[in-house]
Design a protein around this ligand. Structure first.
Ligand SMILES: Cc1cc2nc3c(=O)[nH]c(=O)nc-3n(C[C@H](O)[C@H](O)[C@H](O)COP(=O)(O)O)c2cc1C
Length: 176
């Protein structure tokens, strides 16, 4: 899941991860909620009773994919020291799976990208929000990484060593 709509750093990292996993014959899908039709959760709580959301939109197929997945990789740009709004909307709409306890035990990877220096702690807030989502939904946060100094859309493509380390780590975790 990518939290940014632009063809920028999050999309670049997602593409690299997806290609790496495909080479290992590990099937995967990249979802960009911001480019989909997804209604905002109204908080009606019907899904708490039924395990289903009444909205008919792209979350229907997303929910099927998330339900099937063993690993969920969230990649978010840092926005105001937090995760992106697009990802938050997506997470809210996963409540039907939370209500039916279908997120429990899934393995989550959280990758957060920000423009500021590591010393400015900006990406901390984005990571904390993803970590707390994992905690509250019963998922296991198995790997996380804060990536800094990425302001322009192509800044991450200039940090090849960082990207390669992440790819190696994810490959190792998913293959083990
Ligand atoms: C509204 C907005 C708020 C942002 N807030 C922060 C921030 O608090 N800390 C930070 O390090 N970067 C911040 N950024 C910069 C983005 O996190 C950074 O440019 C990131 O690389 C964007 O990812 P993308 O290329 O995938 O869109 C912000 C960007 C936007 C548009």
């Amino acid at each position: 899941m990518i939290g940014s709509r632009r063809e920028g750093n999050c999309a670049y990292l997602a593409k690299r991860i997806s290609e790496t996993l495909k080479k290992e014959r590990i099937s995967n899908t990249v979802i960009t909620p911001g480019n989909q039709k997804i209604y905002l959760c109204t908080g009606c709580m019907d899904c708490d009773e039924t395990g289903v959301c009444d909205f008919k939109d792209d979350m229907m197929s997303n929910i099927e994919k998330v339900k099937e997945a063993e690993y969920l990789i969230f990649i978010t740009p840092t926005r105001w020291n937090l995760l992106s709004g697009d990802l938050k909307i997506f997470m809210d709409r996963l409540n039907p799976l939370y209500a039916s306890r279908k997120l429990e035990g899934k393995k989550m990877i959280a990758l957060v990208i920000g423009a500021k220096e590591k010393s400015e702690y900006s990406t901390d807030g984005a990571l904390t929000s993803l970590g707390s989502f994992a905690d509250s939904s019963g998922m296991k946060l198995i790997f996380h990484k804060q990536i800094n100094n990425c302001l322009e859309y192509d800044d991450l493509s200039k940090q090849e060593e960082t990207v390669n380390k992440i790819l190696e780590e994810i490959k190792k975790l998913i293959k083990s």
